[in-house]
Design a protein around this ligand. Structure first.
Ligand code: URA
Length: 231
């Protein structure tokens, strides 16, 4: 047993057993935990979708990747973001946007009071293209039914498309991001009717920081929409 008046031993002991557990006197937010629970069907549908992607046959993307990158965030969220494709860090961890672009994405979300507990994130393709190249037309075509189904399952009220790959895949190949960003587009994906906004991809913003001004306009539009829809 510890002697009462031996602070060094006490510190060592607390380090050993992770003293945060003892000193963290924050109230337990049971409501938040409950709110994170999603309907059984959604869980089931997401599990089935993930398995269908894992079971894809003859897919070079899948065969060359380490991990599937399915999604991150809160499946119960009414805000869904879609990027292009996993990179090396994402492939390693099996989660979207965990590299440098992800750090900027988290900052963009924080600027409008959002974080990964409040949004849901996925990509157009679920495996890393070798050398971080853009997914080809053929690869996008192959994964399109999966991301469309993914949107339908999550059923977001706001859908944020990050960059031109996500935009061209889901809105049309004949549009350019400079004209399309910063506008609300009403769109249906299966049974999901949603307000779509296109903004610049965080990796693009790192290369072209002057475009952050436009991205900030888009973020404010998302913040206002969120307020109007009482999300
Ligand atoms: N870029 C993307 O489009 N998606 C990721 O998950 C990471 C980087």
């Amino acid at each position: 047993m510890l002697k009462k008046n031996n602070p060094i031993k006490l510190i060592k002991y607390y380090n050993l057993i992770n003293h945060n557990l003892i000193y963290n006197n924050k109230a337990i937010n049971r409501y938040k935990k409950e709110n994170f629970e999603i309907s059984k069907d959604k869980v089931k549908d997401l599990t089935i979708l993930k398995k269908a992607i894992i079971d894809l046959k003859n897919c070079d993307l899948r065969n060359q990747a380490k991990n599937i990158v399915f999604s991150d965030g809160n499946p119960k969220s009414k805000i869904m973001l879609i990027g292009e494709a996993p990179g090396a860090n994402e492939d390693q961890e099996g989660l979207p946007f965990v590299g440098r672009a992800g750090v900027l994405l988290d900052k963009m979300l924080a600027a409008i009071n959002l974080d990964r507990t409040k949004v849901y994130i996925s990509n157009i393709v679920n495996y890393r293209p070798p050398e971080n190249r853009r997914p080809t037309e053929e690869e996008i075509k192959r994964y399109l039914p999966f991301i469309t189904k993914h949107i339908e399952i999550i059923n977001p009220k706001i859908l944020i498309l990050l960059g031109s790959t996500a935009m061209n895949a889901l809105i049309g190949s004949d549009v350019v991001i400079s004209k399309m960003r910063g506008k609300w587009i009403e769109k249906k994906f299966g049974n999901c009717k949603t307000s779509v906004i296109i903004t610049f991809h965080p990796a693009f913003l790192m290369r072209q920081p002057a475009q952050k001004k436009s991205a900030w306009i888009d973020l404010k539009m998302i913040r206002d929409k969120k307020t109007n829809l009482k999300i």
